[in-house]
Ligand binder design. Structure first.
Ligand code: FAD
Ligand code: A2P
Length: 296
């Protein structure tokens, strides 16, 4: 069972005013050195504290130092990429999947580096890290292992789904029985984070887990533009619509906020074929804990 009651879900064990000071254990670059995208799998040690978490939750990272106004930096949230027992399987670590934010200032053209992501992506083993949380009480696995799970991710939005997959296929006494679909959008094939693990689950799940990738800068959508997750969803919209209508499917969306409209377009088209209005139906799915969104 994923979790027994809401009261069992650990939240806010460490707060921003008194964060847990953990240590970096591993910092592995997931994308090749020559890729413009620097995405890291970072493992943090929790062994000296009481932080625990379940799949689908996030933690806060408080960057060291102060902002331009001399105030301590505010925390940034990161989805947890490990299952509750951690990558070392001893319940003493938490893992994150973080993209280094670097961009040109739209007016000055100067290079700007995101505060927290650069702190995390540059961590070396043994470096201290201020951690808060965990947070999140709804982006969680369903308790019933016969439910279908549809996961839609762009980029680092894969983090909670890596945690889900590890839990349902590696750790549950009986592997998940429902269908499990993952739509995953990245720029190029080398940006397919955790690809070997994901492909491994297509075999380990006995065919229950299906991986559908949208590689925006290598594949084209039907209109000749970049292939995004919402275009892959449009290809399967009728099946997905019938899955959500059966009320035995939990849908999760994680990653770039921009994908949400496109996903709505795909479901609007499918629902309209039966004379139904997607927004009202989606509202009802959300109310019933069957539609979860964590976009940033
Ligand atoms: P900041 O110093 O805060 O700068 C970011 C700001 O820079 C943006 O708000 C924007 O104003 C500006 N900016 C960024 N890019 C550009 C651009 N190209 N052009 C112009 N302006 C730009 N991130 C992950 O990497 N992995 C995760 O698993 C993850 N999970 C998250 C979960 C949740 C629930 C939320 C809310 C966010 C999550 N994030 C995740 C995002 C993360 O919290 C940070 O926002 C991100 O890492 C940037 O923080 P930063 O301190 O590096 O950048
Ligand atoms: P692209 O950058 O080629 O336009 P990121 O690495 O920035 O997190 O992006 C992950 C993937 O999400 C990339 O393939 C990116 O495509 C894609 N993406 C960017 N904008 C959107 C959007 N509005 N909807 C869906 N996918 C998007």
């Amino acid at each position: 069972m994923a979790h027994s009651t809401v009261a069992d879900i650990p939240v806010n064990i460490y707060r921003p005013k008194d964060p847990y000071v953990g240590k970096a254990v591993d910092n592995i670059r997931l994308t090749p050195e020559d890729s413009p995208n620097d995405v890291r799998h970072v493992v943090l040690d929790l062994s000296e504290g009481s932080l625990r978490y379940i799949e689908g939750q996030s933690i806060g990272i408080v960057p060291p130092g102060t902002d331009a106004n001399g105030k301590p930096h505010k925390l940034r949230l990161y989805s947890i990429a490990s299952s509750r027992i951690g990558d070392h399987k001893d319940s003493k670590t938490v893992s994150l999947c973080v993209k280094r934010v670097v961009y040109k200032h739209p007016e000055t053209g100067a290079e700007v580096r995101g505060v927290a992501s650069n702190h995390i992506c540059s961590l070396k083993p043994g470096d201290p890290v201020m951690i808060t949380g965990p947070v999140g009480k709804s982006f969680l696995l369903p308790e019933d292992p016969t439910m279908n799970i549809v996961m839609i991710a762009t980029g680092t939005g894969i983090a909670p789904f890596r945690a889900f997959l590890r839990h349902i296929y590696d750790e549950m006494p009986t592997p998940w029985q429902g269908e499990v679909w993952l739509f995953f959008g990245v720029q190029t094939s080398v940006d397919l984070l955790y690809h070997d693990e994901l492909v491994g689950y297509t075999e380990k799940s006995g065919g229950k887990f299906k991986l559908m990738t949208a590689i925006s800068r290598e594949q084209k959508n039907a209109e000749g533009g970049r292939m995004y997750v919402q275009h892959r969803i449009a290809e399967h919209a009728d099946t997905l619509w019938s899955m959500v209508q059966q009320r035995n499917t939990c849908t999760y969306i994680c990653g770039l906020r921009g994908m949400e409209d496109g996903i709505d377009v795909a479901f609007t088209t499918a629902a309209a074929k039966q004379g139904l209005e997607w927004p009202a139906y989606q509202f009802d799915l959300k109310q019933s804990d069957l539609w979860h969104v964590e976009t940033y």
